[in-house]
Design a protein around this ligand. Structure first.
Ligand code: CTP
Ligand code: MG
Length: 154
């Protein structure tokens, strides 16, 4: 079972890295960073986050001997996150508003969709990923909040 859980985490790891790097990149880049479109996506989706997220996730794929898979997972994760924000803004929700499920699954669904072009997880791996992702998402966000990297604890 532990081996199975690990294999699921390794499969999806580039997406996790691509999704969490922007929080740190956004903080480090400061004024050198710029929102992709304040109006359409809000201030929380930046070019720096997108570029460094893509680089970090793809690099993770390289170290996992799955460069192309890592790239697809990362690109999907970042676009999924952007789509999530797009939907939130269209409903008039301010940046940082919590939308349960959308916040935890937007990046994951698109990451898996992109990855499926070359590889899909097994059913049991998929179930593990679907259970673990919201738990990890909430706990890493809480850590980022306590480290003052993020304004909201969710
Ligand atoms: N981030 C970024 N660029 C991206 C994605 C994320 O700079 N492409 C950074 C931003 O600093 C953002 C943080 O990562 O605030 C956390 O991302 P997320 O929780 O998805 O954004 P929110 O600020 O909550 O905004 P939204 O309501 O649009 O989800
Ligand atoms: Mg958010």
């Amino acid at each position: 079972m532990l081996k199975l859980i690990l294999s699921a985490i390794i499969f999806i790891l580039p997406a996790y890295i691509a999704n969490s790097t922007p929080v740190i990149a956004g903080k480090l880049l400061g004024k050198y960073n710029a929102p992709i479109s304040k109006k359409i996506l809000g201030k929380g989706k930046t070019w720096g986050g997108l570029i460094f997220g893509l680089l970090a996730g793809t690099l993770a794929g390289y170290f996992l001997n799955a460069l192309y898979l890592g790239f697809l997972l990362s690109l999907g994760a970042l676009l999924g996150d952007i789509i999530g924000s797009f939907i939130k803004r269209r409903f008039g929700l301010k940046r940082g508003t919590a939308v349960p499920l959308l916040d935890q699954y937007d990046f994951l669904i698109i990451a898996l969709a992109f990855a499926s072009y070359i590889k899909t997880p097994t059913l049991i791996q998929l179930i593990i990923i679907l259970i673990l992702t919201p738990l990890l998402h909430i706990s890493t966000n809480f850590i980022a909040f306590t480290l003052k990297l993020k304004k909201e604890w969710w």
